[in-house]
Write a protein that binds this ligand. Structure first.
Ligand code: MN
Length: 382
């Protein structure tokens, strides 16, 4: 059984991962969370890691109090995350933190030779080239946890010698599929947080409503499977049963299906290459009856177009798009800007921040900061 370090343990992916870990009796080396000291302490008492990290330093004293008497080291901040990611005891690091914050710990884990189960898509969106290059140099495996990429990874088993002609990246379409811009003007955070199929954290749920999530996944797919943007087709599939598919050179298409439950891809990444019973339910195709497939509406969901343009041009643009989006989504969640402003701000940031080739982590970080600052200023000056 692999020993797992879990970054983002109190989030949606983190708590589901612990269900999987518990079911299979896997060992937890370390747990890291953003700010939920109570839940983190509860998890630590249950899974006995040697180290925990709370990202928000102000919560450290509270956590210390909660874990009094336990032999568990307590770390904080980005240093703590990176220290956990690089621990030699880890066989695999599950990175499910939210946002660009996940990039540096991913790089540190790879440099230390630890395999990655990757649920933090921003890692590959902002720093895809750096991450993939470092992983190849270090001989580290990156197992996708995102359901679409896990689907493709599963479809490729036994097919490593065959060239992918095309990837079919399925999208649920989110809560506003079929709507036009005019109808989305007055959408508030509470409306966007109602996703039809998946139960997820706030940031990704908003990204699903704008379809930016699919744009980020498009970029993630390009890096994970070494594809050209022209090889990836986005198909709206409202039921989220076909999690994605691969077309080979003979036009044979292999897809992966299952109920929309993240525990299946989480478990596949953690137990790979083994398949074991999973704490979820089986798929009944006849209960669904009909599966539908439609073209995405790039006009209404301009975030999707922006992300595809960004990776097609390359360089720092994906990091700029990601940074601008993270910042804008934060403001939208606080009801400070409208739903359509997210896409507008992302496109403005793409136009105004100069693009360049990526060589280092610092360059990615600078582009991310510039994009966030641009969005903040733009909102203030309205
Ligand atoms: Mn996904």
């Amino acid at each position: 059984m692999k020993k797992v370090a879990l970054l983002g343990s109190t989030g949606s992916i983190g708590t589901q991962a612990l269900e999987v870990i518990e079911k299979h009796g896997m060992q937890v080396t370390a747990l890291a969370a953003h700010s939920q000291a109570n839940l983190l302490a509860e998890q630590a008492r249950r899974f006995h890691p040697s180290v925990v990290c709370i990202y928000q330093k102000e919560k450290a004293a509270e956590l210390q109090e909660l874990l009094k008497g336990e032999k568990i080291e307590i770390l904080t901040g980005m240093e703590g995350l990176c220290q956990i990611a690089a621990m030699q005891e880890n066989d695999i690091v599950l990175n499910s933190v939210v946002g660009m914050v996940g990039l540096l710990p991913t790089l540190k884990a790879i440099e230390a030779g630890n395999d990655i189960a990757l649920a933090n898509k921003e890692t590959l969106v902002a720093g895809g080239q750096l991450v993939m290059q470092t992983a190849t140099e270090k001989g580290v495996h990156i197992y996708p946890v995102d359901s679409e990429h896990s689907a493709v990874f599963q479809c490729l088993q036994g097919n490593s010698m065959n060239r992918i002609r095309k990837m079919i990246l399925t999208a649920s379409g989110g809560p506003f599929f079929g709507k036009k811009k005019e109808e989305l003007k007055h959408v508030r955070a509470a409306d966007a947080l109602k996703h039809p199929n998946w139960n997820m954290g706030n940031k990704i749920t908003i990204d699903s409503a704008t379809l930016m999530n699919k744009g980020l996944e498009f970029i993630e797919a390009k890096w994970l499977f070494d594809l050209q943007p022209s090889q990836i087709e986005i198909v709206v599939h409202r039921q989220s049963v076909l999690h994605s598919a691969v077309e080979f050179e003979d036009y044979a298409v292999i897809g992966q299906m299952g109920v929309p439950d993240m525990k299946i891809p989480i478990q596949y990444a953690l137990l790979y290459p083994e398949r074991q019973p999973c704490p979820t339910r089986p798929l009944s195709l006849t209960d669904y009856g009909t599966l539908t497939f439609e073209k995405p509406d790039f006009e209404t969901f301009d975030c999707l177009r922006a992300a595809i343009d960004a990776i097609t041009e390359g360089g720092l643009l994906p990091a700029i798009v990601n940074g601008a989006n993270e910042e804008a989504v934060g403001h939208f969640l606080r009801d400070e800007i409208g739903f359509l402003d997210i896409g507008e701000l992302v496109q403005e940031a793409m136009m105004h921040i100069p693009n360049a080739a990526i060589h280092t982590y610092d360059e990615v970080l600078a582009a991310d900061r510039a994009a966030r600052a641009f969005v903040r200023e733009h909102i203030q000056n309205r």
